[in-house]
Design a binder for this molecule. Structure first.
Ligand code: ZN
Ligand code: MN
Length: 482
């Protein structure tokens, strides 16, 4: 853990996650990213007089899935409230959100702490709300701001944590875990660049041992997890310096300036009464029946931690490998699909994590769009196991499979990458190498056994990695005894 000179930070995070429903939360408009500005709007999401919202059931289900995934409680009855504030990206002048009766509460997120132990951050609540539009500054004409209201009414869940995080690194790990969970239950893409996931932080410091928290500030405008970590580091240092100099921390909202790497005061913080919350009169309360909740529970996939433990037990792989494999749902699915055909978990895990992922990275591809099918991957592993191809050649075969999606056998055949174990084919190569490397031969005869390894390596090189090492070893042994 970071040392703060007798001080201890307390960090809480507020994450807004866009739910990937087909339509918006209170109207039938498509909830899509990247459409021409203001093309996905209607009287409801534009807030025109007389337009009435109707709740998208799917948004409630997605929120409930995430609440279950963090071990929280789905409230059987919840309701919406109006959060009033004035901003140009908010045509109604209020946001439909939840206040006194949110859809869920409690739960926690367990993450790998920076000292290697398991950290736990409690959640104070998850609620549903609608997104606002987007302001586009500059662009075609400098000094102008345009408004795109496509995002208005896209469903969000706001996930608020307790101030349980004790370092910027822990905050970072917590966010990674939260994103992993959102992606696992497939309710949010987790894409921060597109704004599908956004994070604000509140942070205070207190003397170690002090009861209660110090005055907190709020940080906004961080566009990546790394920026969150950086902004927190900056703000913690700033507060400690201030306190040490005898000053007081003021409760303000700060904007993180990525380029200058410092925070700037945006405004003094509003209190919740400034929003003048009141019950949304146009929407009835949400009642979630036991049957509905059961259905949601059944739709929940196995979660990453549980899946990793099962991988360790069932496939006898290392804990670390299981954690990486379950890092994304598609990677874990791929591994399990391969294991339907293949029997050596460790070898499969190793080949997937090093060779396949390395090959995909080189090709600029993601596992989700991988052209190699699990059955084909199994065929390749079989070829390696039976010695039909060498490890080196198998990597070449896989690179080709990634590009073309062809079967390994076909690639081995057409590219002549199969392993050569026929002595009649290898003997001429062995003789060529022996004639060329007379020094290594002399050394070997003088008792330096390491020279044999060198000679084997030379033969394998001359065959472009295709000679079967055991056969080469036998042939060289025989020749050197003559
Ligand atoms: Zn609409
Ligand atoms: Mn919010």
């Amino acid at each position: 853990m970071a040392v703060y000179d007798g001080f201890e930070p307390a960090i809480g995070l507020e994450v807004h996650a866009q739910l990937q429903t087909a339509t918006k939360i209170f109207c039938g408009c498509k909830a899509a990213y990247g459409a021409p500005p203001n093309s996905l709007t209607c009287p409801v999401c534009l807030g025109l007089p007389g337009a009435l919202p109707t709740l998208n059931k799917k948004a409630v289900e997605f929120a409930a899935m995430m609440i279950l995934a963090v071990g929280g409680t789905v409230h059987r009855r919840s309701s919406f409230a109006r959060k009033n504030y004035f901003y140009p990206d908010l045509p109604k002048g209020y946001q439909i959100s939840q206040y006194e009766q949110p859809v869920g509460g409690g739960g926690s997120v367990a993450y790998q702490s920076d000292n290697g132990s398991l950290g736990v951050c409690r959640l104070s609540g998850i609620h549903l709300e609608e997104d606002a539009g987007k302001l586009l500054h500059g662009g075609e004409k400098e000094g102008t701001t345009r408004i795109d209201l496509n995002r208005c009414g896209v469903p969000l869940i706001e996930i608020v944590s307790e101030a349980d995080l004790r370092s910027p690194d822990d905050a970072y790990s917590y966010l990674l875990k939260l994103k992993q969970l959102l992606q696992y239950v497939e309710v949010c893409s987790g894409d921060m660049e597109k704004g599908h996931l956004r994070c604000d932080a509140n942070v205070s410091v207190r003397a170690v041992g002090q009861e209660g928290y110090g005055t907190r500030t709020e940080l906004k405008n961080m566009n990546s997890f790394k920026a969150v970590r950086q902004a927190l580091r900056f703000e913690i240092d700033r507060q400690i310096d201030l306190l040490k100099a005898g000053g007081k921390v003021k409760q303000v909202t700060l904007l993180w300036n990525e380029n200058a790497r410092r925070s700037e005061v945006m405004r003094s913080k509003e209190l919740s009464q400034d929003y003048r919350y009141f019950p949304e009169p146009d929407l009835p309360a949400v009642e979630i029946s036991e049957a509905w909740l059961d259905g949601i529970r059944r739709a929940l996939p196995e979660l990453p931690d549980a899946r990793a433990s099962r991988f360790v037990l069932r496939y006898a792989i290392r804990e670390y490998d299981a954690a990486v494999l379950t890092g994304s749902r598609s990677l874990a699915d791929f591994f399990e699909a391969v294991m339907q055909y293949f029997d050596d978990g460790r070898a499969a895990a190793n080949w997937i994590l090093t060779v396949l992922l390395g090959g995909l990275r080189e090709a600029g591809q993601e596992i989700d769009a991988c052209r190699v099918r699990p059955a084909q991957f199994d065929q390749l592993l079989d070829c390696v196991k039976d010695g039909r191809v060498s490890g080196t050649a198998a990597r070449q075969v896989l690179a080709e499979m990634i590009q073309t999606g062809s079967d390994p056998a076909a690639i081995i055949e057409t590219k002549a990458l199969g392993q050569i174990s026929d002595p009649d084919r290898l003997l001429p190569v062995v003789d060529r190498v022996l004639a060329r490397c007379d020094r290594a031969v002399r050394e070997y005869r003088a008792g330096k056994t390491a020279a044999l390894k060198y000679l084997i390596g030379q033969v394998i090189r001359e065959t472009d990695g295709r000679a079967r090492p055991e056969t080469v070893n036998d042939l060289l042994g025989k020749r050197l005894k003559e």
